[in-house]
Design a protein. Structure first.
Length: 272
């Protein structure tokens, strides 16, 4: 009997060791299967570009800087008042125009930034009593920005793009070297002009020297995707004229779900 018990214990230990090996294999598979693709989109404009940090629209009254660096093309606008009198920007009458559709730069919505503090008392009869307190600040983006002389305002109201741009074999394609976290890679770059670009948008802003906007004036600047790089590697740094879109591939999603199911089965076996 003792020999049989020892044999059973050895078999159980052997099985558990094999299960642990399988568990490790599944974990490695999960890590390797979370496949992501990236698109890095280079923007161009007729505006001045002093360096890679921003595009600039400038006249005797204002200096407006545009930046789109980051994930999903975040819009950042900085308006500097060069005058000796105040300038006002009405964000509710300003917009991004994309594919003939207006995307407002201001929303009449409040946001709550809050924290909670409380406690809960339970007993064995499933009775519970709780008490808490929420404190925070309700705020919203300003509809009209007041800009004193020789000062500026900076806003980041929206992001423009979270799905991949369409690229195809008919595009103008060239080989480029791209710095990624895995090192410098050789990849394809799809290039476009203002007429062939898959992404074109305008930034329309409304200003006034008077608070009641009785004498408004405007700026209307266009931007378009000039180059697109699609790769499985993540870039090291992103310039302001480049934005990034990320998506998980179908293989990655399928393998991720399969791996999770496998892990659940293995954990159940270990418990048994």
């Amino acid at each position: 009997m003792k020999t049989k018990n020892q044999s059973a214990l050895k078999n159980t230990a052997f099985l558990k060791n094999n299960i642990r090996v399988l568990l490790g294999t599944f974990i490695c598979t999960m890590l390797l299967s979370s496949c992501s693709q990236y698109q890095y989109v280079f923007l161009n404009s007729n505006l001045k570009k002093p360096d890679v940090q921003y595009f600039v629209h400038e006249n005797d009254s204002l200096r407006v800087k545009y930046s789109f660096s980051g994930e999903n093309c975040p819009v950042t606008i900085e308006v500097f008042n060069k005058l000796t009198t105040p300038v006002y920007v009405d964000w509710s009458k300003s917009a991004i125009i994309m594919n003939d559709t207006r995307l407002s730069l201001w929303s009449d919505k409040y946001k709550l930034n809050a924290t909670s503090d409380g406690y809960e008392i339970k007993n064995k009869n499933s009775y519970s009593s709780s008490q808490g307190e929420i404190s925070g600040t309700i705020y919203r983006n300003e509809q009209i920005s007041f800009i004193p002389p020789q000062s500026k305002v900076r806003v980041s109201p929206i992001s423009l793009r979270d799905n991949f741009l369409a690229i195809n074999s008919q595009d103008s394609i060239s080989k480029v070297y791209f710095a990624t976290k895995e090192g410098v890679i050789s990849t394809e770059k799809h290039s476009y002009n203002k007429n062939t670009t898959p992404l074109y948008f305008r930034c329309f802003l409304t200003y006034s020297n008077k608070e009641d906007f009785s004498s408004p004036f405007y700026s209307d600047n266009a931007f378009w995707a000039s180059d697109v790089i699609q790769t499985m590697s993540k870039a090291i740094t992103i310039q302001s004229d480049i934005f990034q879109i990320k998506r998980t591939t179908g293989v990655g999603k399928f393998m991720g779900c399969t791996t999770i199911l496998g892990l659940l089965v293995i954990l159940a076996l270990l418990n048994d």
